[in-house]
Design a protein around this ligand. Sequence first.
Ligand code: ATR
Length: 327
Amino acid sequence: MAKRELGRGGPHVNPIGLGCMGLAAFYGPPTTQADVNALIHKAIDLGVDHFDTAELYMTNEEQLGEAFAGKRDKVFIATKFGPVVDWATGRRLGVDGSETNMRRAIEQSLTRLRTDHVDLYYLHRPDKSRPIEETIGAMAKLVQEGKVRAIGLSEASSENIRRGAKVHPIAAIQTEYSIFTRDVEQNVLPAITEVGASLVAYSPLGRGMLTGAFSVEAASAQDFRRVMSPRFAGDAFEANRALVREIEAVAVEKNAKAAQIALAWVLARAPNVHVIPGTTKLANLQTNLGAAGVTLTDADIARLGALAERVKGERYDEAGMKALDTD
Ligand code: ATR
């Protein structure tokens, strides 16, 4: 698939990147370093160049730092700061978008990633206690200092995108975007396009649900989806699973996998969209890259697009939804 620019005037990267969170956090036990190395090295060989991580993802930055050793010039690294966690208890202490917290976070991320710069640095969640101009202003200093190549926001409102872009160009807005989660389309995507940014779609597979292969029962007890995602709970999961049949039906028609249909749908929505499906498995990585070869007709896109309004359950629990800033 043709590479896409990441942010106006930014580098061109494979629009199918790799979300690395699940290698270390939230979806069960961490992947061993040997398996991380094998997956990342193969991903690079297969043409993946955009890797997404965050300070919040436990040991993920360290895993990647080791896997990228000797390969820094082949990879575009995106990481994030903001949420503060008391790691002794696991308690979330809110979001701190201050310059002090940002400087602590970037130095630690650079050390863990074993590099002197990251290609894209996001504020992971809005800091509702301070104006966006303050945080973007601080992040702009990191660009001037060469520690960060470009700035992004994750789960930002259209207002904050527009205000932030007046302080410094914003290369990317990361938010959840998939056949089941289309909230971003109404106000946020127009703002992203207006400021010349890219939309980096996380959970484009609906956290695995849209592949048709995810089973709540089979997931580990620590899995976020078992405890914090209403969409995966009880009757809602059953109802949503029934909607996935429609994606599977399109997949049969195209001789493709449901995961490929889900990714092709997101990529077809706009030329400034990138997807970062997460996987810990080489076979799934290969399947996901195969989405580049799937062409959907306008009728397919409309048929799949109609599913979102029938989805049951929010994507996060109450606390998770409150931490967002979308409109
Ligand atoms: P996130 O952005 O939160 O990682 P996602 O990309 O929508 O969410 O989905 C990730 C989930 O889909 C993971 O549970 C991943 O499981 P594996 O690590 O076992 O692969 C699953 N997944 C990713 N690609 C898949 C594929 N092609 N087929 C089946 N499951 C897949």
